[in-house]
Design a protein around this ligand. Structure first.
Ligand code: MG
Length: 278
């Protein structure tokens, strides 16, 4: 068991306790104590004792297809423009190339792009495609990345690796679906270059004490082409090219896409959406 990591459950308990229904239920549960029969036998548990009726989960209309954004999603890229994105280096307009409903990394451009919005915990959907004519080997073959929190310039943050790992040997904690240099994917469900692939991510952001020290670590679950590759993995800190991971305090952060410096053909993204979580 990992340590308690959120105040949400406590808040829910308080919420439930304050609802009229629970109050009524409690009164009913206490009522038999006044009757003679119940003084000799312990109150018999009832199915209703463990039923919760409110608050009811909010209604969300799912997307028409599995990858389409549900009704409560924030659409970050729908194929039309990069209005939700800026350059990581100076927050100027994003210079990646939008055409035919997809966005392609601009390797002659000004680097990584990130969302204008910032996020804490969320569910994220991203689709990406390695070009059919990809060349290169190991980390220099379709390298990009989805930084689940961009905590600074360049590659600062927490990277879910993007790479052509269809038939391309590299260090396993650096292949597609890895949390870079921290956690290899559980399996390799890569599609071949030229085909679209999906990441569906649940990100629990780290939290920090007022002095900047770590309060609770980050956790991530990733489905890659629908296959579980990261199962509630506890991150050791930011993902680093060199050195031992460490945490750096932040409250909310953009999501960032990587323009990697390798010479291979640029990869593309499409259909990016996020749902904020408590
Ligand atoms: Mg990368």
């Amino acid at each position: 068991m990992r340590p308690f990591r959120s105040s949400a459950p406590l808040a829910l308990v308080v919420l439930f306790a304050s609802t009229p229904f629970i109050a009524t239920q409690r009164a009913l549960a206490q009522a038999p104590a006044a009757t003679p029969a119940s003084q000799t036998t312990a109150a018999k548990p009832k199915p209703e004792d463990t039923e919760i009726w409110s608050p009811e989960p909010k209604i969300v209309t799912p997307g028409a297809t599995a990858g389409a954004p549900p009704s409560d999603a924030i659409v970050l890229f729908d194929g039309k423009n990069l209005d939700e994105w800026v350059m990581n280096r100076d927050k100027s307009p994003a210079d990646w190339i939008v055409a035919n409903g997809i966005v392609t990394v601009n390797k002659q451009g000004r680097g990584n792009i990130e969302t204008k919005r910032t996020f804490k915990n969320y569910q994220l959907h991203v689709e990406w495609r390695i070009p059919e004519n990809i060349t290169g080997t190991s980390q220099a073959r379709g390298n990009s990345g989805v930084f689940l929190a961009s905590t600074g310039p360049g590659d600062d943050g927490y990277e879910l690796q993007v790479l052509d790992s269809y038939n391309n040997k590299t260090y396993v904690n650096g292949q597609a679906g890895s949390i870079y240099k921290q956690s290899p994917p559980l399996v390799n469900p890569n599609r071949k270059p030229g085909e679209w692939q999906t990441y569906d991510v649940a990100w629990t952001a780290p939290t920090f004490n007022s002095d900047g020290s770590l309060k609770t670590p980050a956790y991530v679950t990733v489905f890659f082409n629908g296959v579980l590759v990261q199962n509630d993995f506890e991150l050791k800190g930011q993902t680093l090219y060199i050195g031992t991971p460490f945490y750096k305090a932040y409250t909310s952060a953009p999501i960032k896409l990587q323009a990697h410096g390798d010479k291979s053909e640029p990869i593309s993204f499409r259909n990016i959406w996020v749902r904020e979580l408590p």
